[in-house]
Design a protein around this ligand. Sequence first.
Ligand code: SF4
Length: 250
Amino acid sequence: MDITEIITRSALVRSKIPDVEYVINPYLGCGHGCLYCYAAFMRRYSHHHAQFRWGTFVEVKVNIVEILRAELSRKRKAGTVLLSSVCDPYQPVEMRYRLTRQCIELLGEFGWGIDILTRSPLVTRDIDLFSSMSRISVGISIPTDSDRIRKILEPTSPPIKSRLAALKQLHEAGVDTWAFIGPLLPMNPRNLYKALNPYVNHVYIDSLNYRDKVRNVFIRNRWDYEFTDDYALKTGDELIRMFNDRAQRV
Ligand code: SF4
């Protein structure tokens, strides 16, 4: 993993994602390197890693906390922010730099609402922070119940079991927890429902949107049906039926 420290000029970015006001990405790049990742286009904003394979580099915005403090001080009212939209805020490098934790501390100090989305159980490190904040929710991406599938499509991301354990721990600590089932990977929807159901207040479901990135992987593994719109539609419907009014498509 090539890790480079960089200086950023902004922290809060206005979002175009529905229902998301601002986003913060403390890192450019992502150590999880999911094969289907929609965020790989971020390489074009890199001065150091434009030619690198997604998942093999991370740029650390070492001054982001300082910039965020200045931006928050200039805002007339508190808003809401998602961490993160084009990187995982709890990817391995966060263990060393703690930028996500410091951003959350600061946002809490200024009374902002925070939604977190990650694939990593490292998020449980910050339960002490979440417990002291009123406007926070934590979502964990779990796009399949199968660790065999995870190993093929997200080879360097944390095991499914560890994500479920993290959700349990957060939920039991009283944190508002949710799951992002996206993109819909090959799965047994009933098993995924059973695993998530006790520990989430909501689930959000999304299809595989950037299919060309993984077309060959699906073909090689004979997941022909799982590659179709019909699979996404039926699996999404089944999950929505099971989770009832706690599930929605994004
Ligand atoms: S964790 Fe998210 S941002 Fe990181 S590689 Fe996977 S999909 Fe992309």
